[in-house]
Design a protein around this ligand. Structure first.
Ligand SMILES: [Zn+2]
Length: 265
């Protein structure tokens, strides 16, 4: 049996096991409540397979995905890369660009950019705030003013894909990839082709990574704009929507195909 047939059989078995209609599955995964989760977790697997393929000849780096029930633990990585030479494990957080967040430039940001959604889905509760402050990660005041943000040391790298920045909600309330004319002409330039299906493929197959530290104001790349932030210039929290600058590719955000360079430093 080929892999596709095997996967279909597994889904049929899954539906039978849980008393679900196999025929309804396409509608179920497209439900507004379900689709963002399927796409978010689906992206983790896309990156896992991308990295396994990219690093298959690299015997220093190994990709791992441990499935963790995040309700039981404080920390669960999306993916890990283990570096044999240093015996270190690096945690990777996979986050899609924010829907419809592309801009050719605004008053304050005069360059083409989009936003990456890197916020917590569950905000920090008082218990965890106490625990983190005791560990010396941040003060209670700092944690309370960034309840829905990640400290930069929560993971090592953030991995993203930009295609979502060109998603809109259509007439049927469905999320779909649909750049407008202005965006298409930007993308034609960015991807160096007029072929729209090639551009779509480029967006699907090119991923970017950033060092978590470089996304936080402490790196001096930006300033925290939280009203109650006690130290906006040295803030250790990753903004909920860090900016991806198309004009500075390779500075904070780098193409994931160059990930090996990050480790060979
Ligand atoms: Zn801050």
């Amino acid at each position: 049996m080929d892999l596709t047939k095997k996967s279909i059989q597994k889904i049929i078995d899954y539906c039978e096991e849980h008393g679900l209609d196999f025929q309804s599955l396409p509608e179920i995964i497209d439900e507004p409540k379900v689709a963002p989760m399927v796409r978010g977790i689906g992206f983790e697997y896309v990156i896992k397979n991308y990295l396994i393929n990219l690093l298959k000849k690299n015997d220093n780096l190994t990709v791992k995905k441990e499935i963790i029930n995040s309700q039981l633990t404080v920390k669960g990585d999306d993916l890990q890369i283990y570096e044999r030479d240093t015996k270190k494990s690096f945690s990777l957080e996979c986050k899609l660009a924010k829907n419809n967040s592309f801009s050719l430039g605004t008053k304050n940001k005069k360059y083409s950019h989009c936003s990456i959604k890197v916020m917590r889905s569950r905000t920090l509760g008082d218990e965890i705030i106490k625990r983190l402050s005791k560990k010396g990660e941040a003060t209670i005041e700092e944690l309370k003013s960034h309840k829905d943000s990640y400290l930069y040391n929560h993971f090592d790298l953030v991995i993203t894909n930009l295609r979502n920045a060109f998603y809109i909600t259509n007439e049927d309330k469905k999320f779909i990839f649909r750049p407008n004319d202005e965006e298409w002409s930007f993308l034609e330039n960015f991807c160096n082709t007029n072929n729209h299906s090639k551009i779509d493929n480029d967006l699907k197959n090119n991923h970017y990574f950033a060092n978590s530290f470089d996304l936080a104001p402490i790196s001096k790349n930006n300033i925290c704009n939280r009203k109650k932030c006690p130290n906006p210039n040295d803030c250790k929290f990753i903004p909920n929507y860090p900016v991806f600058r198309f004009d500075e590719l390779g500075k904070v955000w780098k193409n994931l195909k160059y990930i090996e360079k990050y480790f060979s430093k």
